[in-house]
Design a binder for this molecule. Sequence first.
Ligand code: DGL
Length: 271
Amino acid sequence: MSLLIGLFDSGLGGLTVLRQIQSLYPHSPCLYLGDTARVPYGERTPEDIRAIAAEVVHWLRLQGVGVLVMACNTSNALALDVAVAEAGVPVVGLIDSVASELSSDRIGVLATPATAGSAAYGRAIHACRPTAEVIEVGCPAFVPLIEAGNLEDPALEAAARGYLEPMIAAQVDTIVLGCTHYPLLRPLLRRLLPAGMRLVDPAQAAARRLGPLLGNLGDSPEVDLEDDPIDPPRLLYRYCVTGSASGFAKAATRWLERRPRVERVELRTPS
Ligand code: DGL
């Protein structure tokens, strides 16, 4: 029996993490929760982010997930301990996963204001590379514009120019996409950045870290089940949101290249 992988984010962003997991472990069932009623997380207080994480992770635990992937950097930065305490299963974070794989000493991190304000990336990177220079920039405009669905919106480019300026001035050679929404901006960022700049998506490191856990906990991610066809995606992957199901399905179609079946769920059990 395959373990159910639970993932959560405030909205669409965590789908970039889901896609990395799907490509490495195509037979593993996943439950995705987008807390769209409360997006964006990145401008909330740390207390709020921690309270939300407790509620979301509790709900995922009730659904029987066997391993939890924090598909949201903001929750990872401010509430990893809350998730670990609440999950009752192994928890994979983005920040530690990528920090251990970076190979530069001039690193920029683009993130939500809450993540950048927490300095969690700086701490995690310095734990692995004490001499690294790390510049963390909060990008308040990105998530609302990405959730609005128009990646060609000129406001995105104007905002990106401003956020990248201090990184270019600091001559970083590596930029970590420290919010799971940002991999969708890769083409725009590439256009604005000097050639040769490395753009790192932490989801790749997190997905790799998941492999041994799936193995240890009884799954067989490396096995090629030729006689055992993959379930239709709607059975293998369950998509839940706290806001509009049809709105999410429509927006997610572009990210997943097919329209997902989405359920609206209540995280709190009515008393
Ligand atoms: N995608 C999330 C992250 O990685 C949250 C973005 C938000 O809701 O502000 O931080």
